[in-house]
Design a protein around this ligand. Sequence first.
Ligand code: MG
Length: 254
Amino acid sequence: MIALKSPTEVSVLRENGQTLSRILTALCREVQPGRPTLYFDEMAESLIREAGGIPSFKGYHGYPATINASINEEVVHGIPSSERTLSEGDVFSIDIGLMRDGMHVDMATTLPVGDVDDVARRLLDVGERSLWEGIEQVKIGNRLSDVSYAIGSYVEEAGFYVVKEYVGHGIGKALHEDPQIPNYGPPGHGVRLRPGMALAIEPMIKLDALPTQVLDDRWTVVTGSGGLSVHFEHTIVLTEDGAIVVTLGGDEKT
Ligand code: MG
């Protein structure tokens, strides 16, 4: 069942989104070769708590950290570690969620670490654009799979592949709510989009068509080929006046 958000809940989502965006921006500024991924996790947790929030991911199904820190072939759910260090040429994905005043927001981005090669640069570009292709379909009356199709077809035309095993989701009082939002498939299916829906749209894209695998730590998802993967996510609320990307452009003072 899809929980439609009240105007008050929409306000909370917007405020939380601004805060989370500001925090992720601060984390991104710290990305440089030599930093361990745990550095970002500790910074993320203290910034979230300073803002009066709770890390959405910590303890979720036993997940041990505040962020997912996923490097190169790691798609999502990389566990931050003092021993895993960023290197020049890596792509580094940070996925982060915050809960405050009873509502969760969720976002992710992938950054180049120093200079990256042309393939990485293009994958980053297509990944980020594919998210916006999906967001553009968040309109009253569209069907849910119009979002999926916009993402998947854009990625396919660019010569890359979407991850099929993990999907976007509704969000609100729970981190993961209905509906599930695949990043592929034909348009014109699924529920009609209505005001009050809050959606976390999150394409994960990669170089190969192979199934992903989960490492022995039971969390880290990696590509089948060992090739690169990127991940971009925003939380979006649909209102009578259109879609609001609540996690976009957090102001520095929030
Ligand atoms: Mg998510």
